[in-house]
Structure formats: C-alpha cells, structure tokens
Design a protein around this ligand. Structure first.
Ligand code: HEC
Ligand code: HEC
Ligand code: HEC
Ligand code: HEC
Length: 199
C-alpha cells in the first residue's frame, strides 16, 4: 500500500514538473526557471565604446596596473562621480584583465553583461529592468527580447541624469497670427523649428 502511494506521488510530481520544463525550453529569456544563484544571460544591445578604446588590452596588456587612487594623465575625459568617495576604477575594472569587468566577489563579467555589475548595488532597479519595468527592451512579448544595457542610458562613471532644459512651448492657437517667423534649434542632433513671436 505504502509502495503504491509513493508511485502515485512520483507520478504527480512528474506531471506537475513537465509543463514547466517544456515552457522553459522554448522561451530563453524567461526568469521563471532561474534559481537565485544563476547569473542570467540576456540578449542585450552592444556596449558603445569610444572608437579605438576596445580592446583595452591593446595598451594595458603591456602596462603594470597602478592600484593607487590618483589623478590620471590618460582617460582624463572620465570624471568619476558615482559614489566616488567609496570607490575607485579598479572596483569595477579588473586590474589584470582590462577587457572585462569585476564583480565584488572577484568574478569577471564581459562588457556585454555589465548589468550584472550594476545589479550588485541597484538590486531593485535590476529586478525591474529584467521584467521590463525599468529601462527599455525591444522584441516579441512572448519570444526573444533585446534589452538595452544600463550603460546605454547611464554613464557608468557619472550616472546622474543631467537635468533637461525644457523646450519652448508650441504656439497657442489664438497666438498663431502673432507668429512672425520660425527659428531652428538643435535637440539630440535633430533640427526642431520653434515659433518667433512679434514683440
Ligand atoms: C561603477 C563601475 C565603474 C567604475 C567605478 C569605473 N568604471 Fe569605467 N566603465 C564601467 C563600465 C560598465 C564601462 C562600459 C561602458 C559601456 O559599455 O558603454 C566602462 C567603460 C570605461 C572605459 C571605456 C570608455 C569609452 O569611452 O568607451 C574606460 C576607458 C574606463 N571605463 C575607464 C575607467 C577609469 C579610468 C575609471 C576610474 C577613474 C573607471 N573607469 C571607473 C564601469 C566603471
Ligand atoms: C591608448 C591606450 C589605452 C587604451 C586603449 C586604454 N587605456 Fe586605460 N590607461 C592608459 C594609460 C596610459 C593609463 C595610465 C594613466 C596614468 O597613470 O595617469 C591608463 C589607466 C587606466 C586605469 C587606471 C588604473 C591603472 O591601471 O592605471 C583604468 C581603470 C583604465 N585605464 C581602464 C581602461 C579600460 C577599461 C580600457 C578599455 C575600455 C582602457 N583603459 C583602454 C591607456 C589606455
Ligand atoms: C558598488 C556599488 C555600486 C555599483 C556596482 C553601481 N552603483 Fe550606481 N550608485 C551607487 C551608489 C552608492 C549611488 C548613490 C551615490 C551617488 O550617486 O554618488 C549610485 C547612484 C546611481 C545612479 C543615480 C544617480 C543619481 O544621482 O540620480 C544611477 C543612475 C546609477 N547609480 C547607475 C549605475 C549603473 C548603470 C551601474 C553599472 C555600470 C552602477 N550604478 C553600479 C552604487 C553602485
Ligand atoms: C532606456 C534607458 C534606461 C536604461 C536601459 C536604464 N535606465 Fe536607469 N534610469 C533611466 C531614466 C530615464 C531614469 C530617471 C532619471 C531621473 O529621473 O533623473 C533612470 C533612473 C535610474 C536610477 C535612479 C533611480 C532613483 O530612484 O533615483 C538608477 C539607480 C538607475 N536608473 C539604474 C539603472 C540600472 C542599474 C539599469 C540596468 C539594470 C538601468 N538603470 C537601465 C533610464 C534607463
């Protein structure tokens, strides 16, 4: 009797587990089949390096890493303004292999997976990003998706968004007759035409 019960329970377990398994197989970006310790892999947009800077090893392979926090004579365009009092470059960049990023536990991640670096400290945002609430993803609602990397929108060295200057408002219908001409301004590389009113 006890043996039969065990077989019955086993059958139930198998039946419950089966649909979960097949679902996980045909949807590679699903989060449901991940355990907490898996480092998930997402299809992401590409990192956007300055031309000629990657691979970093072109220069760094032959250099001795200098772990000293200091004013740099190279990469001077990089202003560290991201919890800078608690941090230095080599907390994120690996000293010995400059082509990869370094997690707090010493593991390496590629620049394609930089979200794992950011996710260490911004856990809530990382969770939202994975489910598409924060940031941006494109693709199919029930199929493959491409995620925008955090660094496509945030500068990792100085992630605070610069406040945007509001654009002038469009002409109100009742003022349209007072529009003398238009003038153009440039916004994100695009020309926008705004009205010029008579005095
Ligand atoms: C919070 C983690 C973090 C810190 C701290 C950090 N970096 Fe970075 N850095 C990154 C990430 C992530 C990228 C990749 C950006 C991308 O994919 O577009 C990057 C990119 C770069 C690049 C390539 C930039 C380019 O123009 O393409 C250089 C050079 C660099 N970092 C140097 C430094 C230096 C020097 C410091 C210290 C002054 C520093 N980083 C501090 C995370 C960090
Ligand atoms: C054209 C050569 C060149 C390239 C390419 C280059 N670096 Fe550097 N980098 C330097 C030099 C030179 C210094 C030392 C500057 C100093 O000591 O003042 C430096 C210093 C650094 C430092 C400070 C720590 C240290 O070891 O001195 C970091 C972090 C760094 N680079 C990251 C990167 C990353 C990440 C990339 C690739 C995305 C990269 N670099 C690509 C030339 C380069
Ligand atoms: C080691 C922990 C740590 C890591 C790793 C880290 N951050 Fe941060 N981040 C912080 C802290 C602490 C602050 C708040 C202090 C500050 O802004 O100076 C912050 C602030 C921010 C802000 C808000 C800035 C503002 O003022 O609005 C953004 C956006 C951000 N981080 C994005 C990123 C991105 C993108 C990455 C990955 C490239 C990343 N962070 C990696 C600790 C981290
Ligand atoms: C498509 C662009 C985009 C992507 C991708 C993106 N963010 Fe953001 N993020 C934003 C915008 C826009 C804000 C709001 C800025 C503001 O209000 O000043 C923001 C705000 C933040 C803040 C500040 C939140 C707060 O409460 O003050 C943090 C931290 C942050 N993002 C981290 C991340 C991390 C980590 C990732 C990747 C896992 C990421 N972001 C991906 C656009 C993006």
């Amino acid at each position: 009797m006890a043996g039969k019960l065990v077989y019955f329970l086993l059958l139930v377990v198998v039946m419950v587990a089966m649909p979960v398994y097949s679902e996980a197989q045909d949807n590679t970006t699903t989060m449901d089949n991940l355990t907490e310790n898996d480092i998930p892999k997402f299809v992401t947009t590409k990192p956007q390096f300055t031309e000629g800077i990657f691979p970093c090893s072109n220069c760094h392979a032959s250099m001795t890493p200098n772990r000293q926090r200091r004013e740099l004579s190279f990469h001077t365009e990089i202003q560290l303004n991201h919890a800078k009092r608690q941090r230095w470059c080599l907390d994120c960049h690996d000293a010995d292999n400059r082509n990869v990023l370094k997690l707090a536990n010493g593991d390496h991640v590629t620049f394609e997976e930089s979200y794992n670096l950011c996710g260490q400290c911004h856990g809530n945002i990382f969770r939202d990003w994975k489910t598409g609430i924060h940031g941006k993803r494109i693709g199919y609602w029930n199929g493959d998706k491409t995620y925008y990397l955090c660094v496509n929108c945030h500068n990792p060295h100085s992630p605070h968004f610069k406040p945007l200057k509001p654009l002038p408002m469009p002409a109100h219908p009742q003022d349209v007759t007072k529009v003398k001409s238009t003038t153009s301004i440039e916004v994100d590389g695009r020309k926008l035409y705004i009205p010029v009113y008579e005095k």
